[in-house]
Design a protein around this ligand. Structure first.
Ligand SMILES: [Zn+2]
Length: 370
């Protein structure tokens, strides 16, 4: 057998990559714009559906994190078939301040995003570096109205909360550069604090259609997830790497094989692929995640570990790689409301920091929002 399977995802129909980002709006080298920029990745990996998770707030690495990311995700969805998208909340300044957010409270923003036709919401506000900027507890009043509404309406919420425990102790240069090290307790919350806030918000909103990204960083403590799955019927997790989770899965192979079979309705596939697409690493990721779940062959996988996979049932694979997320989002992406998107662009355009991108958005509006 070659390095990759000849046919990607051979046992699954309508594969859905449920966790993708749009980090840049054009390629520096070629000038290629984002507008169809992930289609080659989709074709190469045999994906039927993708979902873009907008990242409109946080540190401007590698590109501006502002309202433009919501707008780009909306345009991408409009211009490409079978693309779903989750919108994110924006902050005119940090820390978030209610008085500066008049007319754009979190609840109002939620309404705007849903009206545009976003298929769900992405929150990165529980990732410690953004948490430290926004400075609003996830279970506090600030998000309460929006969370209550999402629970009522069954809105899909993909939430990144916490991070690998290692990030609180490491001095790894790469992580330091990204601002992903949280040793300074005067600046950053502990992982326990965030875990507790997520559990509190679920306590308040037990029917929330919440998907906790990256296995909720619980691959060393999956019993925590078991407990939460028993309590919250709409809770799911995604298995978007962090390779560390696959290494943990392989360490307790029998346990996790049973876990994945038992909770096969709660687990969702994603890659964290982005534009600009790293095509080779995208293919590698899809291949390795699929083979880890579908086979028991021992493969050089995450962080070059030789990992033997879980060889799950065909039924579980179909759900994890497609059916679970389609079940949550509906079988088609929501229609885009062009009038609402236009209104949104007009309202928030002044917050776009890259003027060239702002002009390109004007061009796209001309082309797509007539
Ligand atoms: Zn992500």
């Amino acid at each position: 057998m070659g390095k990759y399977l000849d046919v990607p995802f051979p046992k699954v129909k309508n594969v859905f990559d449920g966790h993708i980002h749009m980090h840049r709006w054009r390629l520096e080298q070629t000038g290629e714009k984002f507008i169809h920029g992930l289609e080659e990745y989709r074709r190469a990996c045999g994906l039927k559906y993708i979902a873009l998770a907008s990242l409109p707030s946080g540190n401007p690495i590698p590109a501006p994190r502002d309202v433009s990311n919501n707008i780009m995700c909306a345009f991408y969805k409009l211009a490409n078939e079978n693309t779903f998208a989750y919108g994110g909340f924006i902050y005119p300044s940090y820390p978030a301040c209610e008085s500066e957010m008049e007319g754009m409270s979190i609840e109002e923003q939620l309404d705007e995003l849903i009206e545009i036709g976003f298929d769900g919401i992405k929150m990165l506000e529980g990732k410690p570096n953004l948490y430290a900027k926004v400075k609003k507890p996830l279970d506090g009043d600030f998000f309460e109205g929006a969370l209550a509404k999402m629970e009522r309406e069954g809105t899909y919420l993909l939430m990144h909360a916490v991070d690998p425990e290692l990030f609180w102790t490491t001095t790894d240069e790469e992580l330091v550069k990204k601002g992903w090290t949280y040793g300074d307790s005067t600046k950053y919350p502990s992982s326990e604090e965030i875990y507790e806030q997520v559990e509190n918000l679920l306590e308040k909103h037990p029917k929330l259609n919440l998907c906790l990204a990256h296995f909720f960083f619980c691959s060393e403590k999956p019993e925590k997830l078991e407990r939460m799955f028993e309590k919250y019927e709409n809770l799911s997790i995604d298995i978007t790497p962090g390779g560390e989770m696959y290494i943990s899965f392989a360490k307790r192979r029998e346990y996790f094989k049973a876990f994945f079979e038992k909770y096969q309705d709660r687990i969702i596939f994603g890659t964290d692929m982005d534009f600009t697409p790293h095509l080779e690493s995208g293919i590698w990721l899809c291949d390795r995640v699929y083979r880890f779940l579908a086979t028991s062959e021992e493969l050089s996988s995450f962080d070059d570990h030789m990992l033997a996979g879980l060889s799950l049932s065909g039924e579980a694979l179909q759900k994890i790689f497609s059916d679970n997320l389609l079940g949550k989002l509906g079988t088609r992406p929501k229609e885009t409301n062009k009038v609402a998107l236009k209104r949104y662009i007009e309202k928030y355009k002044h917050l776009i920091t890259d003027k060239e991108l702002s002009r390109y958005i004007d061009t796209l509006s001309e082309e797509y929002l007539k």
